[in-house]
Design a binder for this molecule. Sequence first.
Ligand code: M6R
Length: 637
Amino acid sequence: MCGIVGYIGYKNAKEILLEGLKSLSYRGYDSSGIALKEESSLLIVKSEGKLENLEAKIASFSIIPTLVTDLTSTNFNREVNARGQELLDKSTCGIGHTRWATHGKPNFTNSHPHQDEVGNIAIVHNGIIKNFFDLKAKLEDEGFVFKTETDTEVVAQLIYKFKLQGKDLKSALREALKLVDGSYAIAVIAKDDDKIYLAKNQSPLIIGIGDKENYIASDSSTVVQYTNKILRLKDKQIAVLSANDVIVEDLEGNSVAIQIIHSTQTASIMEKGQYKHFLEKEIHEQPTVISKMIADAFVDETINEFKQLDFSFKDISKITFVACGSAYHAALVGKNIIEHWAKIPVDVAIASEFCSKPALVSKTDLVIGISQSGETADTLAAIKNAKSANAKIMAITNKNDSAIFDLCKPNNYVTPAGIEVSVASTKAFTSQVLAMYLLAMKICQDKKLNFDFQSNIYELRALPIIIGECIERENQYKSQMIKYSNYRDFLFLSRGVNYPIALEGALKLKELSYIHATGYPSGEMKHGPIAILDSTVPVLNIAISGKTEFEQTIYKKTLSNAEEAKARMSPSIVIACDSDENVENLFDEVIRIPDVSQIFSPIVATIPLQFLAYFIAENLGKDVDQPRNLAKSVTVE
Ligand code: M6R
């Protein structure tokens, strides 16, 4: 993970870097830092914790001189500190970083930018240098002295080593990277060089081309407020930036033709509006997102989406979804719907596990990656794995300017959830779940199956209203839910199409409130997890009655499994439809959702679970939008 930014041009670099880091803080917020360059001076300012800490440090730079000693990690920059304020005010060239710790604790020392031994260069890095341990040991044997626990410092020291051998910065970077095994998006500046040097392998890095200025970021949404001319660096490329020029080369030093795309993205609006948190705002946006998706999806009773796919589903014998976290849960809903409606076998793999063995797929297999960010390294690797085994590949993503989107072109479906700022997924998740229904219908259409489009589309069209009604119950939910704030363990149970929603509810509660929660299939509880149950472990069940005999059986079995938990004295909670009279006497707490059929209930049942996690986290005083240890976009495997 981590986010990196850079600027070279004629404007105040510090302002642009801080603005960029703000928009990239979804990639990690353990620490942040910037390096500014002017003439032959470098200034590094960095701080542990959220970006506000760095901003405060910079703002108090001239007012609190005692902080000056804090501003660099080394003594040899003392002369630079004297010029610190001047650099902050005048520098038009710099790089910045927001960190999600991989190697080394999330403290000041390990925060980026890092330096070589003599403080000549400053480097920021997103990725993981897999062989850093061996490289570091070898450099230490050669007498190089390290100050941090990070893998990044190895690259800084390698550059220094090659510079000592008389190489210029570009050649030294190239030689260093030839020794490195791993993923990286890197930006380097140096006291004795006027340019910014970039390198990329498996971690995203874009250049925004301006007029007499150039921008660098991990994500194009960070620079579209300045320029829509975007150059996406490819793996194993090095770029050299000055204010007026961009040169791209491969690792052998051969120049590479530049391909600039014109981004249609607009600058992201990061306003909370009337809401206290982005999470609450994003929960409230769901009826609009779902409504738009459904409106765009159909012309009469025909699916209007997936038109650009370069294959037909009638030629596909099996689908495998690869995804992580919430996207994995959406895929599990997809398995239920697609197998039920379209009668194609569906596998769902956690992306990192799919990469742990050879992909058993062939050319009639379709492997679909689901990813909000379109950058998740595990999902990207899983799709690549499938591609190299000759499977058809496809993506369902919220970002049309992402590595996963690019890899799967033209086989993409872009969810219109819009930017999701809060780290915990809400509207992106429900839009992924809805995409599963649209996909299943598209398969039925391509395979000319005897499927009742009319009545199912009718039910789909009712969803935004039902979800909206659920959201209107926010206050009622709050009064029912916050009393559960002090429990330390939760079990979430359901069966069939709502089992993935039990997983999602548990994940949401864990990541927002840090309360331990496990999602389990209702029927599996008696095979082990039942041992943890007592009066200190609430069990939340999702029990939605059904129209068909099959759905009724699922419902009844869910209730009887809930009874088994209740018999162990666990506080019992249920999410059930308004008209369900069975549940009132069975459960301690009945959380009502408007009536909805079982097959369409996953999206609706998700809403109270999002509120449950939100209210408990807020009640416990947790950082709702940026929970500890997490990042929105997980770009390391
Ligand atoms: O961007 P992606 O959809 O690929 O991200 C996958 C997971 O990292 C993500 O869903 C994560 O689990 C969220 N924190 C869930 O709220």
